[in-house]
Design a binder for this molecule. Structure first.
Ligand code: HEM
Length: 398
């Protein structure tokens, strides 16, 4: 059966539609993003099992219908678009930079960046938290880690809009996507050339050295790696901070509880990821052979959407899943994925989230939404969902 369109288009409130998907079990639907039929898998147990099923590939080249779309797509050469053994080789090249221990060493600098952003906001009594806080914080952190010149970082907002702002229609949007890819390729080539000329103590220089020394990373793979780290390093974290802040504003008792007991912040970050994580509806996979998920028979070559945002509110897994509980201690959410592609940046994202929420609550007393709920604007329609802007008010402090 093919249901006409995916019901995931209500970005302001996708959870009722996600709940309906869970109820239905895996059903083949026409995906608005790619104009292709996809199988939507939405129950927690099914999503968890599928995430570590080697018969489901991350490599879009396995979906014949996508061949045209993939021309010139260098991201599909990155670790997120490949399967073992390529995936293993690519991931190993950077995994050391993102271990929990290495990342913990960044905490003082992440605090400094956070405080500098808030210093500009606190005296004013009002701010637009996406553009002034949730976006520049992770952009600065990943920019510094990789060694992207500060002056280039403003371009990121344009990329985000380009990539996240609307559902993708291959029939009409191919030219736009090709142009965006070419611009991105040009920018990355410039960045690599500049770094070759002036090596520095950063991750980009390390990756260039690996490429120049031998055969472990070729030129295309280098571009793909840098692009993936740049993009994955911030788009999702913006969503964690902004969606998470809104979720707290909507649950004032939880906001007060967290403010009264900041030791709950690490738990609260996990709960916010479960409750309204940025990867929404979820991750795409490609069937390498005929298989069965949740009673549905999925033929080889078909596209499967693993709706982790639905799984993370599955009442069979999480009691009372639609209630935010900042004291929850169940770490089983799938917001960072699962299996070999489990988010490489999870320790960094957690650190940024913990520092951001601790500082927001401590430094913005009386935090409240600055517009009516129905004036909030959302981005998404693809893999991610997030607030475009988050106007807030608070009591000014000097
Ligand atoms: C992979 C979520 C932050 C880098 C993933 C995956 C998810 C995810 C769900 C799995 C993709 C898949 O299975 O296909 C998130 C969320 C974040 C976040 C919710 C923030 C709240 C970051 C950060 C970085 C990062 C800060 C820093 C570089 C990556 C990379 C991968 C990845 C490189 C690919 C891993 C692989 O394919 O082996 N992320 N991420 N992420 N993430 Fe994150």
């Amino acid at each position: 059966m093919t249901v006409p369109v995916t019901p995931l288009a209500d970005l302001a409130d996708p959870h009722p539609a996600l709940a309906a998907l869970r109820e239905d079990g895996p059903v083949r639907r026409l995906d608005l993003r790619m104009g292709l039929p996809v199988w939507v898998v939405a129950r927690y147990d099914d999503v968890l099992a599928a995430l570590s099923d080697p018969r489901l590939s991350n490599d879009p080249h396995h979906a014949g219908a996508l061949t045209e779309l993939l021309r010139g797509d260098f991201l599909s050469r990155s670790m997120i678009g490949t399967d073992p053994p390529e995936h293993t080789r690519l991931r190993r090249l950077v995994s050391k930079a993102f271990t929990a221990r290495r990342v913990e060493g960044l905490r003082p600098r992440v605090r400094e960046i956070t405080d500098a952003l808030l210093d500009r906001i606190t005296p004013r009594g009002g701010a637009e938290l996406v553009g002034e806080f949730a976006l520049p914080l992770p952009v600065t952190v990943i920019g510094e880690l990789l060694g992207v010149p500060e002056g280039d970082r403003d371009r990121f907002r344009g990329w985000t809009d380009e990539m996240l702002d609307r559902p993708f229609d291959p029939r009409s949007d191919m030219a736009r996507v090709t142009a965006a890819r070419e611009r991105m390729h040009g920018y990355l080539a410039e960045l690599v050339a500049a770094k070759r000329a002036r090596p520095a103590d950063d991750l980009l220089t390390d990756l260039i050295e690996v490429t120049d020394e031998g055969e472990r990373l070729d030129g295309q793979e280098l571009m793909a790696m840098i692009f993936l780290l740049l993009i994955a390093g911030y788009v999702t974290t913006v969503g964690l901070i902004a969606n998470g802040t809104l979720a707290l504003l909507r649950a004032p008792d939880q906001l007060d509880r967290l403010r009264a007991d900041p030791t709950l912040v690490p738990q609260a970050v996990e709960e916010l990821l479960r409750f309204d994580g940025p990867v929404n509806p979820g991750l795409t996979r490609y069937a390498l052979e005929d298989l069965e998920i949740g009673g549905a028979r999925i033929p080889r070559g078909d596209v499967v959407l693993l709706a982790i945002a639905a799984a993370d509110r599955d009442p069979d897994r999480f009691p009372d899943p639609d209630r935010l509980d900042v004291g929850a201690t169940d770490p089983g959410h799938l917001a960072f994925g699962h299996g070999v592609h489990y988010c490489l940046g999870a320790p960094l994202a957690r650190l940024e989230g913990q520092v951001a929420f601790t500082a927001l609550l401590a430094r913005l007393p009386g935090l409240a939404l600055g517009v009516d709920e129905d004036e909030l604007r959302w981005t998404g329609g693809g893999v991610l969902r997030g607030l475009r802007e988050l106007p807030v008010t608070f009591t000014p402090t000097p």
